[in-house]
Design a protein around this ligand. Structure first.
Ligand SMILES: [Zn+2]
Length: 219
């Protein structure tokens, strides 16, 4: 009765869009661990203070703190049908704990959707953003190109790239992502839970593929 799902995908794969479409379709909340951390820290909860202590010291938040935060969240009444997890679990150990948690709550982890997009395509998507120097108007070479290359349509100022959007930065970020998720992906593949979906297509098609892949897996 409680369907817990995990959404995985590299930066630029369109996870945010697919998460909201999927949550609307399944009527379950989107539980983003990053957001949850920020809420706890803003709200100065015990878990938030605990996490802040580690983050402030430049350390990783220990699993037990992260797991406690997730457990508290997915135990709430709005998760009575389950939830879509995003950003958690990150490691096989966390995945193990999450499976146990899901079963303790009378549900299970039914599937892990992995949005697969080739690095070359991700690099194209993520490095396509340009901003005008004068007022920060945003352009994208694929989805919203300026009329005149290199110049803002609205004020004519030069278009520049943020460091975060540069090829070297994006390439490094993707390498880190693959390195950090390889074991988790193997874990879920071995558990028979991994559903790989081609994320390189238009959003609506990706959403359809996810729905088709999930058929028969949910209670
Ligand atoms: Zn501008």
């Amino acid at each position: 009765m409680r369907n817990f799902l995990v959404l995985l995908g590299p930066p630029g794969a369109g996870k945010g869009t697919q998460a909201s479409l999927l949550c609307a379709r399944l009527r379950v909340p989107h539980v983003s661990s990053g957001e949850l951390f920020r809420e706890h820290i803003r709200g100065k909860t015990d878990l938030g203070k605990h996490a802040q202590g580690y983050l402030g010291a430049g350390q990783l938040v220990p699993d037990e703190v992260t797991i406690a935060m997730i457990r508290e969240r997915v135990s709430q009444p709005d998760c009575s049908r389950g939830a879509l997890l995003d950003g958690f679990p990150r490691t096989p150990a966390q995945a193990e704990a999450f499976g146990k948690m899901a079963r303790d709550l009378g549900g299970d982890v039914r599937a892990v959707v992995y949005l697969r997009v080739a690095d070359a395509e991700l690099i194209e998507r993520l490095t396509g953003r340009w901003m005008c120097r004068a007022q920060g108007h945003i352009y994208h070479v694929q989805t919203h190109p300026p009329k005149k290359a290199g110049h803002c349509d609205l004020d004519g100022s030069e278009l520049v790239q943020r460091d975060d959007d540069k090829v070297e930065t994006v390439t490094r970020r993707l390498a880190v992502y693959h390195e950090q998720t390889a074991m988790l992906i193997d874990y879920y593949r071995n558990a028979g839970l991994l559903l790989e979906v081609d994320g390189a297509r238009p959003e609506a098609e990706v959403a359809e593929s996810i729905a088709a892949a999930l058929k028969g897996r949910l209670d």
